[in-house]
Structures are given as structure tokens and as C-alpha cells.
Design a protein around this ligand. Structure first.
Ligand code: SAM
Length: 292
């Protein structure tokens, strides 16, 4: 076993050797605690049959743990300056492929097909760049990649919103968007001291396990998400108020919306934050013929 990259001393050594300076705009907060890395890797349930996808390997702190526990690692890094460093730090591992691309622009599906040919178990494991956590997670899910799950470090505030239950102040359209595809759990809350440099916000690790079967039946997914966003547009407003003011021609079909709510047994005076995902599915299926 090689010396861990993620100790404060080794990290400083590597940064100094390459004269590397952190770019805040790329969300560069590197992990310097091997225990946290072990916890992240264990939460992902990796085996020697797993293909791991990492977003933003940095200097390879998490990558080497993934390499030790997976069959193969595919790591997307946007910052060109890190490529020669990764070549050096990851030289002991022959099962890592670093791709110099922005994850939001990369053809992830195509790369899975070529790089993970004989691999069936695929996990995304990453310490995400905080400026783009939500777009990254939603893109991975809406692209319907063949993943078992996603284990990522992100801002605690976003983790709380993703795993929130109805009736809480954190519950919103993001909770529903993610829970539509996955079971969401917060695995641990992480202190700022495990990063270099330390971020301004608290962090947490979440695990998203993709549902084998859809948990609700939705006639039109795009419209389902449109209805959930509309229902949370102004949290103090009633469901009816939000629906009529946010949906196209909502005011013109107010009576039909009221009738639909009555039919599915949802009180128009409730607030969006009290509706379960099942109720949002029933609501969007009932409203679809009225609005479209
Ligand atoms: N995995 C390393 C660790 O835990 O120490 C670094 C994590 S750091 C929070 C985020 C990493 O993502 C940085 O290396 C950064 O350059 C990279 N990054 C930022 N935006 C990216 C993007 N759009 N696509 C791929 N990598 C990105």
C-alpha cells in the first residue's frame, strides 16, 4: 500500500512541488483526512467489480481510495494544471483513467460504454465542486445513466434540501426532483477542518440510491417537474394560488384546477411543502390534460 495523498503534510508537499495555487472559481477544496476518505469509499459499497466515476479528482486524494476499492476509475477533471500532478500521484495505480473534461459537457454515457465495457456495477463517488453541485447531480440523474448510486460530498445546506421530507422548511422542488429518481440519505456531516483550504460552509456526504422501479407513475415527467416548481414558487402562498399564477394560462382555468384538486382529494388551501411525492404525481397527472 502506498503512502496516502490526503495527509496535510503530503498534500502540502505535492502542492509545493508543482507550485499549485487553488482556484476558488473551480471549487477547489481538497480533502486532507484519510479517515473521511475511507468513510466515503465505504458508504459507496465498492467492490472489485465496481466501475467508479469521480468528478474532480484534484490531486488524487479520493481517486486513490477508489482505485484501491474498485475495478476501474473514470475521473473527470476540468483544470488542466492538475493533469501532470495526477499522472505523478496516481502512477502506482493502473486502473485509473483521467479525462480532461467539464463533467457538464462530457459524453458520460459514451465513456461508460467504452471504458466500463464489462462492468455492471457503476457508482459516482466525488467531493463535488460546490459552485455546481446541483446541476451535476440533476444532470447525472436526468441523463438516466446506468448507475447504482451516487455518493458525494457537498454543502450541508444542499444535502438537507435533497433528503428533506414533506412538511419541513428544507423540502422543495429539489427534494422531489432527486427523490423521484433515488432514495436520498445523509451519511455524515463533515467538519471544515478536513479540507484545504477550508470552505466557508458546512459540508455533508449524501448517498443517493437509484430506484429499481419508479416510485410514482407520472404521465409526463417534464410537466411533473413544472408543477412541483410552480407549487413552491412562493412558499407562503396556497397551492391554488401558486398553480394559477405560475402555470401557463393558470388563471384562465382556475375552475378546472379546483375541480381536479377536488377529484384527487387535495385541499386547494394547502401549501406545496405539505404534499408528498405521490400527491405531486397525482396532481400533475390530473392537471396535464387541463394545462396542455
Ligand atoms: N477530489 C479532490 C479532493 O477531494 O481532494 C478535489 C475536490 S475539489 C472540491 C473539486 C474538484 O473538481 C477540483 O479538482 C476542480 O478542479 C474540479 N472541477 C471543478 N469544476 C469541474 C467540472 N465542471 N468538471 C470536472 N471537474 C471540475
Amino acid at each position: 500500500m502506498h503512502k496516502d495523498i490526503a495527509t496535510p503534510m503530503r498534500t502540502k508537499e505535492i502542492l509545493k512541488k508543482y507550485g499549485f495555487s487553488f482556484k476558488k472559481s473551480l471549487g477547489q477544496n481538497f480533502l486532507i483526512d484519510p479517515n473521511i476518505l475511507r468513510n466515503i469509499t465505504e458508504s459507496a459499497g465498492l467492490t472489485k467489480e465496481t466501475g467508479s466515476i469521480e468528478i474532480g479528482p484534484g490531486i488524487g486524494a479520493l481517486t486513490e481510495h477508489l482505485a484501491r476499492s474498485s475495478k476501474k476509475v473514470l475521473a473527470f477533471e476540468i483544470d488542466q494544471r492538475l493533469l501532470p500532478i495526477l499522472e505523478d500521484t496516481l502512477s502506482p495505480y493502473d486502473n485509473v483513467k483521467v479525462v480532461h473534461q467539464d463533467i457538464l459537457k462530457a459524453d458520460v454515457q459514451g465513456l461508460i460504454e467504452t471504458e466500463f465495457k464489462d462492468i455492471k456495477d457503476i457508482m459516482v463517488v466525488a467531493n463535488l465542486p460546490y459552485y455546481v453541485t446541483t446541476p451535476i447531480i440533476t444532470q447525472l440523474l436526468t441523463k438516466r445513466l446506468p448507475l447504482r448510486g451516487i455518493v458525494v460530498m457537498l454543502q450541508k445546506e444542499v444535502a438537507d434540501r435533497i433528503s428533506a421530507k414533506p412538511g419541513t422548511k428544507e423540502y422543495g422542488s429539489l427534494s422531489i426532483a432527486i427523490q423521484y429518481y433515488t432514495k436520498a440519505e445523509t451519511v455524515m456531516v463533515v467538519p471544515k477542518t478536513v479540507f484545504m483550504p477550508q470552505p466557508n460552509v458546512d459540508s455533508a456526504v449524501i448517498r443517493l440510491t437509484l430506484h429499481d422501479e419508479p416510485i410514482v407513475n407520472v404521465d409526463n415527467e417534464e410537466f411533473f417537474f413544472q408543477v412541483t416548481r410552480a407549487s413552491f414558487a412562493q412558499r407562503r402562498k396556497t397551492l391554488l394560488n401558486n398553480l394559477t399564477s405560475q402555470l401557463p394560462n393558470g388563471k384562465g382555468v382556475k375552475e378546472e384546477i379546483l375541480e381536479a384538486l377536488d377529484q384527487i382529494g387535495i385541499d386547494p388551501g394547502r401549501r406545496g411543502e405539505t404534499l408528498s411525492i405521490e400527491e405531486f404525481a397525482a396532481l400533475s397527472n390530473a392537471l396535464y390534460p387541463i394545462i396542455n
